[in-house]
Design a protein around this ligand. Sequence first.
Ligand code: AMP
Length: 125
Amino acid sequence: MPIDATLPYDDGNIFARILRGEIPARRVYEDDFALAFHDIAPQAPVHVLVIPKGRYVSWDDFASAASEAEIAGFVRAVATVARDLGLVPPGYRLLANVGGDGGQEVPHLHVHLFGGRSLGRMVAG
Ligand code: AMP
């Protein structure tokens, strides 16, 4: 079920639990600002999620409430993960779902990083 991205942060969400090490994830990168791990239901040969370490529900929440250092650190981490995965060439796609119409299901900001094949046009369905 898509979430209401205006709700307060829920510390019990699944990505908060991954950040706390309470449930496993196939981690690919971590620094002071971000954690990256493989999506449990990949939709491309490479499908990695990158999440900020701070308590932010969505891109909207993050952009308005995060510090400059957190924003810069997160943006750089996303790019680093893509680079480290060898995706700069041939290319990749970033996607952040926000709220109901965006189809966001986990209420902790995450950027999807897709690659490993030609990804076609942007929006389906
Ligand atoms: P979204 O619809 O943008 O909120 O995407 C949530 C994503 O989280 C989906 O692609 C799920 O497959 C993925 N996901 C849910 N639970 C886990 C988990 N425990 N580990 C890794 N990915 C997960």
